[in-house]
Design a protein around this ligand. Structure first.
Ligand code: SAH
Length: 346
């Protein structure tokens, strides 16, 4: 076996140059070795258990204009919606009945949901479901705002870093957005005490193996509790409409590598992975993922939260998604559990 791979399996760490060389030179049989190692690590920490997060996509209004994203502000074809507080609470009620013990509140950067509104929503859910984790994923805010969410009872925050290369970050985002600010947000969230989720897209426009190597090094050093990794998928109303989607193969490889870097990380088999292949999420788990995020949003708004084309499950009821996911996991020998599924500290 290639020396870099043996070193990686032994030490769970490589230099940026070595990560890049691993990605450039890996052979099929070596991918199999990494896959086995990743699954064995995931199983030794979390068993054959998969944690489910009920995802509530509560608004697709967004002030940002990330060039790859279907709900970016500049997309005039996007039909906007915003759930009411009551609708959000109903999603949680339903989700609790279905066995979810983590709710993920995700949206575009919608200024309607200011600090007071968010604090009211978080406090209500915290009071009603003391045994559940609350995850927020609504983008970049001031540290004082993050602190208010935390004090109101939120436990986790997902904010993908998107890319650890400043130059690439600046290529795929408009000039109003800054790499430094995104990174500062991740640090603020960590300092406040959130379980923090970083993450990146695989094979987004302009991305090279060097960029991915920087992502891997960043993950190794920042040590997020969660890491969202999914293939880039073009959206018809963006300038990247004719770009190729990220591949299944590359995404699965990066999931395995990420699991080996951080054996305890909470690693979702993402909806984007399920979108590029009908068994993408199952394969994600078989490469080291241990989290899935079925959709809990009301059916009538599902088809409007479209970050990329051909998103799956947009016509399903929340109950169907829950049952479908349970069946998918049990078919591959895993159990979807009723559990908060917190990060397991050493
Ligand atoms: N506004 C929130 C939530 C963003 S949507 C935030 O800023 O964190 C969640 C993630 O979807 C993004 O972080 C991005 O990595 C991913 N995403 C957006 N457009 C995508 C596309 N075209 N293909 C694949 N993933 C995409």
């Amino acid at each position: 076996m290639n020396k870099v791979i043996s070193k990686f399996i032994d030490t769970h760490s490589l230099s940026v140059e070595e990560y890049e060389s691993l990605l450039n030179n890996i052979q099929e049989d070596e991918k199999e070795v990494l896959k086995k190692e990743a699954v064995s690590l995931a199983t030794s920490v979390y068993g054959k258990k998969i944690f489910a997060r009920g995802l509530i996509e509560f608004s697709n209004y967004c002030k940002n204009n990330c060039y790859y994203c279907g709900i970016r502000n500049g997309n005039k074809n996007c039909e906007r919606y915003r759930l009411t507080k009551e609708q959000i609470f109903e999603c949680c009620d339903l989700g609790y009945e279905f066995g979810y013990r983590t709710f993920v509140l995700q949206s575009g950067e919608d200024l309607y949901f200011n600090d007071d509104v968010m604090v009211e929503i978080i406090s209500h859910i915290r009071k009603k479901f003391p045994d559940c984790a609350i995850t927020i994923s609504i983008g970049e805010k001031e540290k004082s705002t993050y602190q208010k969410y935390f004090d109101a009872g939120a436990n986790r925050y997902l904010l993908r870093h998107e890319t650890a290369n400043k130059e690439l970050y600046e290529k795929i985002h408009p000039k109003e957005m800054s790499f430094e600010h995104r990174m500062k947000c991740l640090q603020d969230l960590r300092d406040i005490g959130f379980q923090v989720g970083a993450g990146y897209m695989v094979e987004c426009p302009y991305q090279t193996n060097h960029d991915l190597a920087l992502d891997l090094k960043f993950i190794e050093e920042f040590k997020p509790e969660m890491c969202g990794i999914g293939p880039f998928i073009p959206h018809k109303d963006t300038d990247y409409r004719n770009e190729k989607a990220g591949t299944l193969e590359k995404t699965l490889l990066l999931l395995s590598i990420t699991r080996i870097i951080l054996p305890r990380v909470l690693l979702p088999a993402t909806t984007a992975l399920g979108t590029i292949h009908p068994l993408g999420r199952e394969m994600g788990v078989q490469h080291g993922a241990n989290v899935v995020m079925p959709n809990l949003s009301p059916t009538e708004v599902r088809s409007k939260y479209l970050l990329y084309d051909n998103k799956i499950c947009t016509g399903d009821e929340a109950a169907e998604c829950r049952n479908c996911m349970s069946a998918r996991m049990s078919r591959i020998g895993y159990e979807l559990v009723i559990d908060r599924g917190d990060f397991k500290k050493l």
